[in-house]
Design a protein around this ligand. Structure first.
Ligand code: PFF
Length: 450
């Protein structure tokens, strides 16, 4: 085991880091596009309910396990286990989460690479480098490989600096920048023709579709992906929080920020679609479905920016910089899950562990880039639709069924002596024992069958 463990130096630092993990392409790209293709505000309502009533309790389970264990995911889960089979189970769930985080990073880095090249493209155009600008805007294997690697190296550079000087310092800088750019873009888009129609579609629910089971499955998947659940990430971030902090409120802040940014991203993206439509770009099929999510980000929005003349170059740059920043604060958390394990398990130096694991993930990423058609969708489905819900459910089982009740109650009270008067204290332990596993399990089985 390494001698000194990192720790977040402040509440604000932890909130920015954990919210940075949660807020990513899932919020700014995934949530608005899912909302647009699943009945607008009905999806928003289902998402809000599931995020607060299922994803938040599951997030608390992971944070609580990590804070109690003060170690990587495998060791933290082992510490709440008692019988030998439970300790084996802890290894499977902890290591499974670490693998899941690594595989998510391998496809996430590809998409983030597209965002980086789209950020560089307006710069090249402004500099008058036309050939470079065209190269950056066209899908090609070389471009995808280069930008995927650039993104992975950026992630490695931050993680190799450790918890306080890497994760915390950069999350504290990047998250406020992200908010600033997001609000500037919204202010701009809402002044454009067609934006109000988009706002209506986003905010006025059509309740007829709210009980559509497919909608509920998608909304729960979105909530789990968005809160980075089932990947060991929140266990490891929890392990860097001091036992003096009030974890219940920290987890609530992270959930609120995550949901808030998804909601606000919807205020940008959905009106932007309608602005593009008002300019003659086709975005919805005859049945009202979104034509395709990639078309939205890589054709609709660039067409919109092009139509704005030279201002469009700045707006385009700001938009893709926003996406890249959001992706980076998430990708660092994905890399931290395996790195923290390797550092503690094999007594490696952080810098060595980061480069070795980063290189392994780069190999997987490049394999996917070279076989986009066959592998990209498969890895996304296996990680986000199968592994994340299953592992998230297992963490609830650890808290509800395996962790000794007295020790769990003590862990809830740490840093929060007044907790006994709260609803959380009265409800959460049995809620995590019964409601979360049954509800998550039911949605999971349904999604497999449909
Ligand atoms: N929560 C991130 C997003 O919404 O984009 C994605 C993510 C981060 C998933 C970290 C899983 C993970 F471990």
């Amino acid at each position: 085991m390494s001698a000194v463990r990192g720790e977040f130096s402040s509440r604000f630092g932890f909130i920015m880091a954990a919210a940075g993990s949660a807020v990513g392409l899932g919020n700014i790209w995934g949530f608005p596009t899912q909302t647009a293709s699943n009945g607008g505000a009905a999806f928003l309502v289902a998402y809000l309910v599931l995020a607060f009533f299922l994803a938040y309790p599951a997030l608390m389970a992971e944070l609580m396990i990590g804070r109690h264990g003060q170690a990587n995911a495998v060791v933290s889960l082992t510490k709440v286990s008692n019988k030998p089979w439970q300790k084996h189970f802890a290894f499977i769930v902890g290591f499974g989460g670490i693998l899941c985080a690594g595989f998510i990073l391998s496809f996430y880095a590809i998409v983030a690479g597209w965002m980086l090249s789209a950020t560089a493209q307006p710069i090249a155009a402004l500099a008058g480098a036309d050939a470079a600008s065209t190269w950056l805007s066209e899908q090609s294997l070389t471009r995808n490989v280069i930008f995927t690697l650039v993104f992975i190296v950026l992630t490695i550079a931050i993680i190799s600096r450790g918890v306080e000087n890497g994760i915390e310092k950069w999350s504290k800088r990047l998250m406020p920048a992200l908010l600033g750019i997001l609000f500037l873009l919204i202010a701009y888009v809402l002044t454009q023709e067609g934006a109000m129609e988009g706002l209506k579609a986003y905010l006025l629910p059509d309740f007829s579709s709210i009980f559509d089971t497919q909608l509920i499955v998608s909304a729960l998947g979105q909530a789990f992906f968005s809160l980075s659940l089932g990947t060991s990430v929140m266990i490891i971030y929890g392990s860097y929080i001091s036992k003096k902090e009030n974890l219940v409120s920290l987890g609530a802040y992270v959930t609120l920020i995550d949901v808030f940014i998804a909601f606000v991203a919807g205020l940008l993206i959905i009106p932007a679609m309608y602005v593009a439509q008002a300019q003659g770009v086709e975005i919805f099929s005859a049945s009202g479905k979104l034509l395709s999510e990639d078309t939205l980000v890589f054709q609709v929005l660039p067409a919109l920016f092009d139509g704005m003349g030279s201002v469009g170059l700045f707006v385009g740059f700001a938009f893709f910089a926003l996406m890249s920043i959001a992706a980076l604060t998430s990708s660092i958390s994905m890399l931290e899950a395996p790195v923290s394990y390797a550092v503690e398990r094999f007594a490696l130096k952080r810098i060595q562990a980061t480069w070795v694991i980063g290189a392994l993930i780069a190999v997987v990423s490049i394999t996917i880039v070279c076989n986009l058609g066959a592998l990209f969708g498969l890895v996304i489905t296996l990680t986000t639709k199968v592994a994340q819900p299953l592992l998230g459910l297992m963490c609830c089982i650890f808290v509800g069924w395996i962790w000794y009740r007295n020790s769990l109650l003590q862990a809830i009270q740490q840093g929060n002596p007044e907790v006994q008067t709260t609803l959380f204290w009265k409800i959460w332990p049995w809620y995590t024992k019964f409601v979360c596993p049954i509800a998550i399990g039911a949605v999971f089985v349904h999604s497999l069958l449909s």
